[in-house]
Design a protein around this ligand. Structure first.
Ligand code: ZN
Ligand code: ZN
Length: 245
């Protein structure tokens, strides 16, 4: 499996950047994980929208799902022109209801509520979801194929559920929406970079990829905090970079 980072900012992108969006490509199956602002543009730098198999949304905050309506326009037009035959399947949290409705209303999508389908099989891939702790209902996502495991945190406060869910992951993509030094003023239902490192350490993951950065903070600060508590292989999720799992 190959993970391509389409966007790594939150809750808003830097100039020319994009918010959360990741393409998991296993050859015949191409999964878009989150679809924040700027992601539809980035996605097309890597694949045609016609080739998209599935969309998974960790949660419905705009920095993770804001480009869904734009994706809906693209799929709609392509369905009318005949280059896409069926609506694209979207796995999403049921809450907030008003946000989900904006997506379910679109003919371009067949929406499946995650809480009613916590496990999915597609080809030889197994997808699982686990509810985390965030301001909006958020699910961490794991995808396994051939004994290789990828886990994405979505947005969450630190919790044991995430440690358990990420246990032994070959690649753990974890949000680091805050820095420890800002935590007191900005506590906003996110992990600090240090907490991301602690989670990765407790979960004995093979490789940690940090994401969800504020545009005006230097990347080195995130790395410094996380590496103070995590000794494994760690990288910043680089926009348009590919990571093999
Ligand atoms: Zn976010
Ligand atoms: Zn969020």
């Amino acid at each position: 499996m190959k993970l391509i980072v389409l966007g790594n900012y939150g809750p808003y992108p830097k100039a020319g950047g994009a918010c959360s969006g990741f393409l998991l490509d296993s050859g015949n199956v191409k999964i878009l994980i989150d679809c924040g602002s700027g992601v539809v543009s980035r996605l097309q730098q890597h694949i045609d929208i016609e080739d998209l198999s599935l969309v998974l949304l960790s949660h419905l905050h705009s920095d993770h799902a804001g480009d869904m309506l734009t994706l809906g326009y693209a799929v709609d037009i392509k369905m009318k022109k005949g280059s896409i035959a069926n609506p694209i399947k979207v796995y999403a949290p049921a809450e907030p209801e008003a946000e989900l409705k904006r997506i379910t209303e679109r003919k371009a999508f067949e929406v499946i509520k995650i809480d009613e389908n916590p496990e999915v099989e597609i080809g030889d891939m197994r997808i699982a979801f686990k509810k985390m702790k965030h301001g909006s209902e958020n699910f961490a996502i794991s995808i396994e194929k051939n004994n290789r495991k990828f886990v994405y945190s979505g947005d969450t406060m630190p919790c044991e559920e995430l440690v358990e869910f990420a246990m032994g992951a070959d690649l753990f993509l974890c949000e680091a929406g805050l820095l420890e030094r800002d935590e007191k003023s900005m506590r906003a239902m996110h992990l600090t970079a240090k907490e991301a490192g602690e989670t990765a350490s407790k979960a004995h993951v093979r490789r940690l990829l940090l994401t969800h950065f504020l545009p005006d903070i230097k990347i080195e600060h995130y790395m410094k905090e996380a590496s103070s508590v995590y000794n494994g292989i760690m990288e910043i999720a680089g926009e348009n970079k590919a990571y093999f799992i």
